[in-house]
Ligand binder design. Structure first.
Ligand code: NAD
Length: 423
């Protein structure tokens, strides 16, 4: 099939390349010429394991092209995936301005039947809005169907997740569109949930919110554990073996971040509020997440005392390992907290860039640790686990580690002479 992917970001690029793998012909469209240039030349402009190779392969085999020519792209493709961003608006709602712009162009330029697929995370009722926006721009009526098909991939393992989804959700009342979607996904071996668009839209938010709940639950429990002198990781392990609970998203840390969880939690809370409901459990999860970095800094302060003039090394600024994405990264909340206390901050991340003039970014762990009063691990990069901590000790002014991701072993760190604190 000929597929148009609108928005060649993390989701759009991954989705497009996965469809190439499934034997389809893909056009990637974006408004950002720099991104298009980079992708067309075979260079992924963001870091995502395994995606580079797939991009080169499908460019070479001419299964994918990139363009900014929206008129021709819409005319030449029968299935259009919307993968643009849906950032958080000021009131917590999802801002649909990019989705609106794209759908208006679709209405303006479509010349025959199209299936318009919303892969962006959008609030309940957006398929209906999209339908209206398209109709408003059509000069004469041309039939089309709008489908909600949310994406569940995780950055850092996006390719694996998109190739091996746990389920595919197809939301549309149109049998014709659902059949086209099922044909498109016929080589995937997972359950397909067929439903209406509103349910499909809510499934995405409900899933992300549930995972956010799990994280906040374990983080709040970690606070209790600290008082009771119990290690939270043992609790996670103990409860995670219960198949009804599972181990994933039960690792205590400095909180969740990224381009999805914080904004999706806020958007779902907004949807509830607009319908005169309260999702009190989710409100609490949000609050726990917002206060988690504050609790962490408190722990740092209770050991180091006044932070003014202290030199703190930060390891990891991406919101999680294996991505260069720093959107809503809890590391930034920690860094901001340290800067507010007038500490000096130096950081290192294997892939992400800081873009904060007040923080010095180094290219390796050694230079970051040199002369620091303490080190804080903010991201669970494997490199930080594997590094030779024993060797690094002499670089630091004092060998104090605050592990915000519980990736190191306390007994081992104590054995080699570190003062070690974790969540
Ligand atoms: P992104 O910011 O990486 O990419 C969005 C792309 O859309 C950008 O390249 C931008 O230039 C482009 N764009 C904006 N307006 C456009 C227009 N009018 N025409 C063409 N291109 C346009 O975003 P993302 O992380 O890929 O997320 C996209 C959507 O998928 C969001 O709704 C997000 O919530 C959802 N989602 C993201 C993830 C994730 O892990 N990143 C996972 C599941 C779902």
């Amino acid at each position: 099939m000929n597929i148009l992917i609108v928005g060649t970001g993390y989701v759009g690029t991954t989705t497009g390349l996965v469809f190439c793998e499934m034997g389809h012909q893909v056009t990637g469209l974006d408004i950002d010429e720099q991104k298009l240039k980079s992708l067309q030349s075979g260079k992924l402009y963001f870091y995502e394991p395994g995606l580079d190779e797939l991009l080169s392969k499908h460019l070479q085999e001419r299964n994918i092209t990139f363009t900014s020519d929206i008129e021709n792209a819409i005319k030449e493709n029968d299935i259009i995936f919307i993968c643009v961003g849906t950032p958080q608006g000021e009131d917590g709602s999802a801002d649909l301005k990019y989705v609106k712009t794209v759908t208006e162009s679709i209405g303006k330029y479509m010349d025959k039947y199209k299936v318009i697929v919303n892969k962006s995370t959008v609030p309940v009722g957006t398929a209906e809005l999209v339908t209206n926006w398209i109709k408003e721009k059509q000069e004469t009526f041309i039939p089309f169907d709008v489908v909600s098909n949310p994406e569940f991939l995780r950055e850092g393992s996006a390719l694996h997740d998109a190739l091996n989804p746990d389920r595919i959700v197809i939301g549309s009342v149109s049998k014709k569109a659902r059949n086209i979607m099922k044909e498109l996904y016929k080589n995937f071996h997972c359950p397909i949930v067929e439903t209406d668009s509103k349910s499909s839209e809510l499934i995405k938010y409900a899933a992300n919110a549930f995972l956010a709940l799990k994280i906040s639950y374990i983080n709040e429990l970690a606070r209790l554990c600290k008082t009771l002198d119990i290690h939270i990781d043992g609790i996670s392990e103990g409860i995670g073996y219960d198949k009804r609970i599972g181990h994933s998203f039960l690792k205590a840390g400095i909180g969740f971040g990224g381009s999805c969880f914080p904004k999706d939690v806020s958007a779902l809370l907004y949807t509830a509020k607009k319908s005169n409901h309260r999702l009190t459990i989710l409100e609490a999860a949000k609050e726990v997440n917002e206060t988690q970095p504050i609790h962490f800094i408190q722990m740092v302060k209770s050991r180091l005392g006044e932070l003014k003039g202290k030199s703190i090394a930060i390891l990891g600024i991406s919101f999680k390992a294996n991505t260069d994405d720093t959107r809503e990264s809890p590391a930034f909340r920690i860094i901001d907290g340290l800067l507010a206390e007038q500490a000096y901050v130096t950081c290192y991340d294997p892939k992400a860039k800081i873009g904060n003039q007040k923080v010095i970014q180094q290219n390796n762990i050694e230079d970051t640790l040199r002369n620091c009063d303490a080190v804080i691990i903010c991201t669970e990069w494997e490199e930080f686990q594997l590094t030779e901590w024993e060797k690094h000790k002499s670089l630091m002014k004092s060998s104090v580690i605050f592990d915000g991701r519980n990736i190191l072993e306390k007994s081992k760190m104590n054995e080699i002479g570190y003062e070690y604190y974790n969540i």
